[in-house]
Design a protein around this ligand. Structure first.
Ligand code: C2E
Ligand code: MG
Ligand code: MG
Ligand code: MG
Length: 286
């Protein structure tokens, strides 16, 4: 009986694997086709500066609407794109589009782009970033690059060199999802980031657990003493906003203020919230 159970389980397992493999293969082959078929687009989510109460930056987030499978989350397709190396090409497209879009915004609003650790291994990154900026006519000071701890995991001199070279161009470097890696603190020592983005998981139940509250407090204080700005990710409630604000967090990002928006809506939000110095007062009423 044990044998037949085993076989049954095995078959079930095999079937499950088949479906998962097929789905994965569909994503794999769909990625390249998707780029040529124009199935990707960027949405933009604002980062709010808590001192000025203004948008300081918009994070570009990738979206994929597959012709047959429909919407697929970046959480699902980015790792596949990384595994097959396609993230280099896809990331190039993201950089280009993000810079082109940001070039249409007021000059005091930056754009943040997520970079995969695989892009750092491509040796084409610097050139690719430079070209995206040039083609869009966007000053380097208006670009922020978000990296996760996985970029620094390899801890190669090459990676650090690239980060320093990007910084020397005038680009800001942010540490994304801070606190979720194995050794978050050591990464802060490895590179002088401009910004620490405190992971959403610490913000989530800031009201209900004292531990998260203390951790947020400590990270904000740490950032301050290291000269790094702090952003709270995933702020969804007023209570969370109050908590991070009271401890001197510099920026918030989250559904409370805005969800990620298509480029058109992003521009509209920016225009509505950003006073333009050059605009004559008259037009304010029109
Ligand atoms: P991330 O860079 O940490 O981006 C923030 C994620 O949190 C986004 O998910 C955003 O929609 C979500 N988020 C923002 N505010 C809230 C909130 O208040 N509540 C909740 N529940 N979620 C919130 P998204 O767009 O699904 O992206 C997931 C991840 O995929 C990103 O995390 C990033 O690691 C990766 N990703 C997205 N676009 C790109 C890209 O162009 N290149 C690379 N390499 N990775 C990307
Ligand atoms: Mg990010
Ligand atoms: Mg993040
Ligand atoms: Mg995240």
């Amino acid at each position: 009986r044990a044998k037949s159970d085993g076989r049954g389980n095995y078959r079930f397992f095999e079937k499950g694997m088949d479906a998962a493999m097929q789905h994965r293969r569909a994503i794999e082959s769909g990625l390249k086709l998707g780029l040529t078929r124009d199935e990707f687009r960027l949405v933009f989510q604002p980062l709010m500066d808590l001192e000025s109460n203004r948008i300081s930056c918009m994070e570009a987030l990738l979206r994929w609407e597959h012709s047959e499978m429909g919407f697929i989350s970046p959480v699902e397709f980015i790792p596949v794109a990384e595994e097959i190396g396609f993230i280099v090409q896809l990331g190039e497209w993201v950089l280009k589009q993000a810079c082109l879009t940001a070039a249409t915004w007021p000059a005091n609003i930056r754009v943040a782009v997520n970079l995969s650790s695989v892009q750092f291994k491509s040796h084409r990154l610097l050139e690719c970033v430079q070209r995206a900026l040039e083609e869009a006519g966007l000053p380097a000071s208006r670009l922020e690059l978000e990296i996760t701890e996985s970029v620094l995991l390899s801890d190669s001199d090459q990676t650090l060199e690239t980060l320093h070279a990007l910084r020397a161009m005038g680009i800001r470097i942010s540490m994304d999802d801070f606190g979720t890696g194995y050794s978050s603190l050591s990464y802060l020592r490895a590179f002088p980031f401009d910004k620490i983005k405190i992971d959403r998981s610490f913000i989530e139940d800031v009201g209900s657990t004292d531990a998260n509250f203390e951790i947020i407090k400590a990270v904000i204080a740490l950032g301050r003493s290291l000269g790094m700005a702090t952003t709270a990710e995933g702020v969804e409630t007023e209570a969370q906003l109050d908590a991070v604000r009271s401890h001197g967090c510099d920026e918030i990002q989250g559904f409370l203020f805005s969800r990620p928006l298509p480029a058109r809506d992003a521009l509209e939000l920016i225009t509505r919230l950003t006073p333009r110095k050059t605009e004559p007062k008259l037009s304010a009423t029109s």
